[in-house]
Design a protein around this ligand. Structure first.
Ligand code: E4P
Length: 213
């Protein structure tokens, strides 16, 4: 299972990358807007920190506009993956980009059929959003499982990114589905590290060591 970080904050990316466990980065327009910096500049800086797929999202709603943005973004670095919303226009753009050898991540996936269409269009990655499904009373993890099962039956090579992860239990749940990747916010990475018994265990070991000295 690969771990991506879901943020556009370079300090957060740098820190988690320093743990030696980071395989890639996903951003979206909301995360970029939060940083208050130039989009391309942020993306370029991220490519200097992480050697893995880095998703940068297009904001055009028509395929021509998406393609124009995508080709510009792809010039920044070989690791740039174009994040494209799951729409009819998005599918058209994905299909063209896949033929041009540009990696794509079809985002805002909320059903297995959407994932199937994106894969058929040649998406490198699909991003089903589990937290947002949980928010409306659905079991987001069931969608991840269903997509994994279907992709397995057909030997589909598109990788599945479990997105919209909100807490450590989400990571455990999606890991049990065999999902290829989880894209995880910085705060959730911090919580995954922690266990009170680890902290008290270290404290006890150090105290005992001191008493021997
Ligand atoms: C995924 O690529 C998205 O950036 C992200 O996971 C969305 O998460 P949210 O639903 O918490 O905004």
């Amino acid at each position: 299972m690969k771990f991506f970080i879901d943020t556009a904050n370079v300090d957060e990316i740098r820190e988690v990358a320093s743990w030696g466990i980071l395989d890639g980065v996903t951003t979206n327009p909301s995360l970029i807007a939060k940083e208050g910096r130039d989009f391309k500049e942020v993306i370029k800086e991220i490519t200097s920190i992480v050697d893995g797929p880095i998703s940068a999202e297009v904001i055009s709603e028509d395929s021509e506009g998406m393609l124009k943005e995508a080709r510009e973004l792809a010039k920044i670095h070989k690791n740039i993956t174009i994040k494209i919303p799951m729409t009819k226009e998005g599918l058209k753009a994905t299909s063209v980009l896949s033929k041009e050898g540009i990696k794509t991540n079809v985002t805002l996936i909320f059903s297995s059929n959407q994932a199937l269409l994106a894969a058929k269009a040649g998406a490198t990655f699909v991003s089903p959003f589990l937290g947002r499904l949980d928010d409306i009373g659905n079991e987001g993890v069931n969608l991840i499982q269903e997509i994994m099962d279907i992709f397995d039956i057909y030997g589909i090579e598109t990788e599945v990114i479990a997105a919209s992860i909100r807490h450590p239990l989400h990571v455990t749940e999606v890991a049990k589905t065999g999902v290829d990747i989880a894209t995880i916010p910085y705060g959730v990475f911090q919580k995954m590290l922690k266990h009170p018994l680890t902290d008290s265990g270290i404290e006890r070991f150090l105290k005992d060591w001191e008493s021997v000295k």
